[in-house]
Design a protein around this ligand. Structure first.
Ligand code: TMP
Length: 217
């Protein structure tokens, strides 16, 4: 059963490593707040205190072996807490929720990237989210090598960043495939230009949906 939260606006940012989604999502939050919108910015994994512990396990503690199913379930455990504790309450208060990564990441990384069973992911994810889908997903698409280089400049590589190029190529192709399957929700932005040019494109996508939401209130 799809969980329908009638209020609020749910926007997610996705993309391969180093696509710059956090910079862009934080900037759009600031602009919306400056205009008086009630906005929260959050992340997966790690949007709750349980999630921060799970994030450390998933990304930093690479010496701990993880099976594919265990990896999926940890991302979904993070999501279960996040949806219930942060996302749904904020939507019910009529807020705009902007989230760096959500369930599309599990399909792209664990499904396409690791080759995990999509049906398994779907079943668990539906149970965890109650079918709650974003109104808009901004997919920032970047060439994998460029993205990994950019991500590498910002600190020590984590479990995901250390996976090989082939894995990351599959993740990127997966994201693009999902965008073709869900063209109304997932909007692709090519990260070829400078930060400001990319921001212009992000801004247009976000404001289109915010304006529509405002009119429907
Ligand atoms: P980020 O904060 O840089 O986006 O790092 C989160 C990492 O976790 C990134 O490599 C993508 C990965 N991830 C998954 O593999 N599956 C998921 O479901 C989510 C939410 C993230």
């Amino acid at each position: 059963m799809a969980q329908k939260v009638e209020k609020g606006l749910f926007i997610t940012f996705e993309g391969p490593e180093g696509c710059g989604k956090s910079t862009q999502s934080r900037r759009i939050c600031e602009e919306l707040r400056a205009e008086g919108y009630d906005v929260i910015h959050t992340v997966e994994p790690g949007g709750t205190s349980l999630g921060q512990n799970i994030r450390a396990l998933l990304l930093e503690k690479e010496s701990i072996e993880l099976s594919r199913k265990a990896e999926i379930l940890l991302f979904e455990t993070d999501r279960a807490q996040h949806v219930e504790q942060i996302i749904v309450p904020a939507l019910l208060e009529g807020k705009i929720v902007i989230c760096d990564r959500y369930n599309t990441a599990t399909f792209a990384y664990q499904g396409y990237g690791l080759g995990a069973d999509m049906e398994f992911i779907k079943k668990i994810d539906d149970a965890v989210t109650g079918g709650l889908e974003p109104h808009l997903t901004v997919l920032m698409d970047i060439d994998v090598e460029t993205g990994l280089k950019r991500a590498g400049n910002t600190g020590v590589a984590d479990r995901m960043e250390k996976r090989d190029l082939k894995f990351h190529e599959k993740v990127r192709a997966g994201y693009l495939d999902l965008a073709e399957k869900y063209p109304k929700r997932i909007r692709v932005i090519k990260v070829n230009d400078g930060i400001d040019e990319v921001y212009g494109l992000v801004r247009k996508q976000v404001y289109d949906i915010v304006e529509r939401y405002k009119r429907s209130e």
